[in-house]
Design a protein around this ligand. Structure first.
Ligand code: SF4
Ligand code: SF4
Length: 224
């Protein structure tokens, strides 16, 4: 899921001041931002209270079921047309993708209310860790399901680096070195590490990412 954290509130108020927004509509997200507790009902009501405390009126709020889904967001904003129309701006408590979907769906100035920080795993309630940077050239098949690109602070594919000490990472000293973990898990599974993982093909991570699942596939591509 996309991990978000609250954005500097002074900056948000500055954004609203820039467009002279006295009336604000708030949009949250029922998916990642709700799980993270940054764009759910509680977070929205906290933002509403803060906006009211700053002398602004909140014309309404909603939680988009999937804020990054353009058709669903257009439907949601149509349902809230009156409340959005009477607002001077929309504050969006979702990841950056959701903010852009809202901006594509309404004619008002739209401002982010959160910072999008990483694609994360939920370790336990309220605890998230980055495990994948979506490089487009996955090596988990070679590394026993542990991502060196993301979990090694240096992103080394063929570690450990010279700084590893007694199995610990030299950068994140409270953690085990990623490559020690990889080596151990491979051994536990009776597997041997490939001599060297080839350099990553970063052409597979072109920006902006775009996939059209409806387009006809090349022979064999994406088929089991
Ligand atoms: S190698 Fe790591 S960053 Fe790349 S796709 Fe696999 S898990 Fe994600
Ligand atoms: S000690 Fe291991 S995990 Fe830490 S930076 Fe070096 S190779 Fe990466």
């Amino acid at each position: 899921m996309i991990i978000t954290k609250p954005r500097d509130w002074t900056r948000i108020l500055g954004n609203l001041d820039e467009v002279g927004a006295k009336r604000v509509f708030i949009m949250g997200c029922g998916q990642c931002a709700s799980v993270a507790g940054t764009g759910d009902e509680k977070a929205i009501l906290q933002a509403k209270a803060a906006l009211e405390q700053s002398g602004r009126e909140v014309t309404g709020w909603a939680i988009g079921e999937v804020a990054c889904h353009l058709a669903a967001m257009r439907l949601e904003t149509r349902k809230r047309h009156g409340e959005i129309e009477s607002a001077d701006a929309v504050l969006v408590l979702t990841c950056g993708s959701g903010v852009q979907t809202v901006a594509d769906s309404v004619d008002k100035p739209v401002f982010p209310g959160l910072e999008s920080v990483f694609l994360g795993n939920v370790i336990r309630h309220g605890v998230f860790e980055e495990r994948c940077q979506m490089c487009g050239d996955c090596v988990l098949d070679l590394t026993a399901g542990i991502c060196p690109v993301t979990t090694c602070p240096k992103g080394l594919l063929n570690g450990p680096c010279g700084g590893m000490w007694a199995g610990k990472c030299e950068v994140l000293t409270d953690r085990e070195c990623t490559h020690v973990r990889i080596q151990r898990r491979l051994a536990e599974q009776g597997r041997t590490r490939v001599a060297e993982i080839p350099a990553k093909d970063f052409s597979k991570k072109l920006k902006p990412g775009s996939i059209n699942m409806r387009a006809p596939k090349d022979e064999g591509e994406g088929k089991p």
